[in-house]
Design a protein around this ligand. Structure first.
Ligand SMILES: Nc1ncnc2c1ncn2[C@@H]1O[C@H](COP(=O)(O)OP(=O)(O)O)[C@@H](O)[C@H]1O
Ligand SMILES: [Mg+2]
Length: 212
């Protein structure tokens, strides 16, 4: 299978960790080859993140404004080996639809609470719809904000099973360093020992995605 090039980070729920995951995947991918985050969210958090602080962000971040449905992401970003799409918190927006139609991989960050998961239960349907145009689309759930040493509840396991989507083996733990990275306009990769554990888990996720 061809290597994933366009990775959409998507979830209709706000606060699930889309921007945090998109920025860190791009920062990790940029260590391998040129990577761009395309900020599809009108709230522009990825764009603000890259503009914060004094150090340059390790991946390029570009904002895509209205009329997104007319763009050809592969053509427009052909200078980059990896294109990471930071989607708005609405699965039925044109931007999210565009993202699902043109990506190789959809990564869906979810918080480890059944109530949060249920808020995203329409996503598998959107993935199925997108596969009519994009049959090779692969999609994974990514557990975010996992507490160290706490096992997933039975309710959570059940809610995950209801999705019928595979779950990436590597979760993202809840770590203050992810918030600090956003404030400082960098990623965990630029934070030395403070960021090492976060960078290692992001590398694990990247390996899972690229190996698939
Ligand atoms: N793994 C994590 N550990 C700690 N804080 C996190 C983590 N993931 C996300 N956050 C924080 O949660 C909030 C929402 O995350 P964000 O990436 O903006 O979500 P979304 O883009 O889905 O709305 C932000 O304040 C972010 O710093
Ligand atoms: Mg966001």
């Amino acid at each position: 299978m061809a290597q994933a090039r366009v990775i959409a980070v998507i979830n209709q729920k706000g606060g699930a960790g889309k921007t945090t995951v998109a920025m860190h995947l791009a920062a990790g991918l940029a260590r391998r080859a040129p990577a761009v985050v395309v900020d599809l969210d009108p709230q522009a958090s990825a764009t603000q993140w890259a503009a914060a602080g004094t150090q340059p962000f390790p991946a390029t971040v570009k904002q895509l404004r209205a009329g997104a449905a007319t763009v050809d992401l592969r053509r427009d970003y052909r200078g980059f080996d990896f294109v990471v799409l930071d989607c708005p918190p609405a699965a039925d927006s044109r931007a999210a639809e565009l993202a699902l139609r043109c990506c190789d991989v959809a990564v869906i960050p979810v918080l480890p609470s059944p109530v949060d998961l249920w808020a995203s239960l329409r996503l598998p349907q959107h993935i199925d719809d997108a596969r009519q145009h994009n049959p090779a689309l692969r999609a994974w759930l990514l557990l975010n904000q996992i507490e160290a040493r706490s096992a997933l509840s039975a309710a959570m396991q059940g809610a995950l099973a209801e999705f019928g989507l595979p779950v990436l083996r590597t979760p993202v733990r809840r770590r203050g360093v992810y918030k600090t990275a956003a404030l400082e306009g960098v990623s965990a990769y630029q934070m030395g020992a403070r960021g090492a554990a976060a960078a290692a888990e992001i590398d694990g996720i990247i390996e899972e995605i690229l190996a698939s």
